[in-house]
Design a protein around this ligand. Structure first.
Ligand code: NAD
Length: 454
């Protein structure tokens, strides 16, 4: 399998893909090693994962360079991602004892009722490329803490990073047979679906997630899907500083070239402030530097997948044909590398793919709305349910709107953000199950109920 630098088109490496038989070998090793890992004390496993976090810190510069070389994000954003992953590991390791230790629920002279959180066994993690450290850490860190062995498949667009993660986990003290990296694309993922794994944890698109969920169903094992989104953001007319909100929300839409599951994908602005907002938003977007992700000051790097350029061009053409206007951008940039101008469209409506299908790129539609009721109607008009954001001076007004939306996350005066202390979960086509928080620590366990009559 060739690994190509999306910013230059240069060949970075050629890797051996896993086959059905190497996957079976890896699975057998994991299955044999898992009970011993689970028998270690929780404190021991916490110490090992804390060491992994320290190694990420020690090697940040080199790891960021590898990440940027294969996914095309600006170097500083790669550093930010690794630092963000470290913060999550710190939270997970410092809360593992509280949420994974046995809990005594009832204790009388004659009866004890206790919950023990047993590991699932050997779990599969099929992962995405847009934040390989963040979405990987969400799964393999709590899985390992809980005593599972992990077969981890990084995306074919982030394989070098996946291999680095494996090496650093071993250096930190995770036994090699407790964590194995599977290399390859969809067919390697398919191979994992053939294995008798004890749980499947998937991050990726709705289409693949739906397929995996169906394939895993007959196995009767846990399956979690963290999928895409079409996340809406509403700016109410009572915001204090329209220009500041425009700049912050533009970052929420375009950070990482819009390739975030929780990137802002649709914006609704109340009519009174609409013109001022759009003007400030476009000014902000025009101020960004696009170019080689290794160049200082670049905010818009290369798109990771060449195929995305066609999808973005299609969404813009479809929107234009239905009456939208492009205020800035609108075109792919001639190669080498996968570059697309950051694009802002107005006069948009929900008949356009731009406002219905995940763009996962540097384009955004901004729509004028009359009032909160219309904003709620438009925001709710989607199959997805990952996040929604409201900007307003009133906490009550914002929360009243967010409570009516069927999403896993609600943001007031912020967006495109994840916290290790809170569950990360989708609804509808954005998936189900949670990572992070106490729910995410326990997602990799079976709670066993003990009824102990004294
Ligand atoms: P994708 O669905 O194309 O691929 C995801 C993974 O699935 C890859 O590792 C891929 O090799 C594997 N895969 C592909 N076909 C498979 C098959 N038939 N069987 C088994 N595995 C298979 O998604 P992607 O392009 O890597 O990621 C982008 C998507 O991920 C976007 O929709 C984004 O919103 C979503 N995402 C969601 C979250 C979240 O937390 N909700 C986080 C990051 C990304």
């Amino acid at each position: 399998m060739n690994v190509i630098n999306p910013a230059t088109g240069e060949l970075l490496a050629t890797l051996q893909e896993d086959t059905a038989s190497t996957l079976i070998q890896k699975y057998e090793l994991l299955k044999e090693a898992q009970p011993q890992w689970a028998a270690e004390s929780l404190e021991q496993r916490i110490t090992v994962l804390q060491r992994f976090e320290q190694l990420l810190q020690q090697h940040t510069e080199r790891l960021a360079a590898v990440l940027t070389s294969e996914v095309g994000k600006p170097l500083q954003q790669s550093v930010n991602e690794i630092n963000g992953a470290r913060t999550r590991i710190q939270w997970l390791t410092s809360h593992a004892a509280a949420y994974l230790q046995p809990e005594v629920m009832t204790s009388t002279d004659t009866l004890e009722e206790r919950i023990v959180y047993e590991p699932l066994g050997v779990i599969g993690n099929i992962s995405a490329w847009n934040y390989p450290y963040l979405v990987g850490v969400n799964v393999f860190v709590p899985a390992l803490l809980a005593g599972n062995a992990v077969l981890y498949k990084p995306s074919e667009f982030a394989s070098l990073t996946g291999l680095e993660i494996g090496r650093l986990l071993y250096e930190a003290g995770v036994p090699e047979h407790v964590f194995q990296v599977a290399i390859g694309g969809g067919s390697t993922g398919e191979g994992m679906l053939e294995l008798p794994l004890s749980g499947y944890f998937f991050t990726g698109s709705y289409k693949t997630g739906q397929y995996i969920y169906e394939k895993v169903a007959p196995k009767m094992v846990p399956c979690q899907c963290e999928l895409g989104g079409k996340d809406p953001l509403y700016v109410a007319d009572d915001v204090a500083d329209v220009a500041a909100v425009a700049a912050a929300t533009a970052d929420g839409a375009f950070y990482n070239n819009g390739q975030s599951c929780c990137a802002v994908e649709r914006i609704y602005v109340q009519e009174k402030i609409y013109d001022a907002y759009v003007e400030a938003f476009v000014k902000e977007v025009k101020s960004w530097k696009m170019g080689l992700p290794t160049e200082p000051g670049v905010y818009i790097g290369a798109l990771t997948r060449p195929a995305q350029i066609e999808l973005l061009s299609h969404q813009i053409a479809d929107a234009r044909a239905k009456g939208a206007s492009v205020l800035t951008g609108g075109e792919a940039v001639n190669g080498p590398g996968n570059y697309f101008e950051p694009t802002v469209l107005v006069n948009v409506n929900h008949s356009m793919d731009l406002m219905q299908e995940e763009s996962f790129g540097p384009i955004i539609g901004i729509m004028k709305v009359k009032d909160d009721a219309e904003a709620i109607r438009q925001m709710a008009d989607t199959q997805y349910g990952l996040t929604a954001a409201v900007y307003s001076s009133s906490a009550g007004r914002a929360q009243q709107i967010l409570a009516q939306l069927n999403t896993g996350t609600g943001y007031w005066n912020c967006c495109d953000r994840v916290s290790a202390a809170l569950p990360w979960s989708g609804r509808g086509h954005s998936g189900f199950g949670a990572t992070l928080s106490h729910a995410g620590l326990r997602a990799f366990t079976h709670p066993k109920a003990y009824h102990l009559r004294k």
